[in-house]
Each structure stands twice: as C-alpha cells, then as structure tokens.
Design a binder for this molecule. Structure first.
Ligand SMILES: [Zn+2]
Length: 100
C-alpha cells in the first residue's frame, strides 16, 4: 500500500519517511510490527524502511520475502469494513496473491 508518512507503529516507533535504510529486527523469524500511517490506514508486518518506502514481510509461509510496501504489495490496500474509510494493506505480496 502507498502509505502517507509519518507512520506510527504499535511499539511507538515513528517512521517519518526521511530515514536511511534500517531493519527493526534482523531476525529472519521477525514477522514485523503493525501500525497506522498519517491517513489512519492500517499497515502490517513492517520490518523496516529502505530510504524510500516501508519494508514489509510477506506472510505467505513459502515466501516471507521482504519487499517495499507499495511496489511489493500493491499501491492500494483493501477496505475490510465498507462502513469505515480506514483501509489496510495486503498481508501477502503481489506475487503470492497472483499465484493463489
Ligand atoms: Zn509473497
């Protein structure tokens, strides 16, 4: 999902969008942290930031790739509740969703 910075994660970490590359945790088992972007849209499985976009881990058990939020998971999130404007990002990367 194309997020609007700053993004506030549930652990209190704020990503402003101008940081250098970092991973929150280098552990390959790390599933990432969820949070909200500046629009109040839900972001999930955030593992870091690459200098341009959030880095997310795909939740597909055979994939678990780390990809950019917008390029790797699709520009738009999904709306899980039509009565509310809040959207959330996709848990699986675009490639995994295509192969389903
Ligand atoms: Zn995937």
């Amino acid at each position: 999902m194309r997020v609007v910075f700053p993004v506030t994660l549930d652990n209190g970490l704020i990503i402003n969008g101008n940081e250098k590359y970092f991973l929150i945790d280098n552990n390959p088992d790390f599933d990432g942290i969820s949070g909200y972007d500046a629009n109040g849209d839900r972001v999930t499985h955030i593992v870091g930031f690459d200098g341009t976009d959030l880095l997310k881990r795909c939740t597909h058990p055979n994939c678990r790739a780390i990809k950019q939020s917008a390029n790797g998971f699709g520009e738009k999130g999904r709306n899980s509740n039509p009565k509310r404007p809040m959207r959330r990002d996709q848990a699986q990367c675009s490639e995994c969703r295509t192969h389903k």
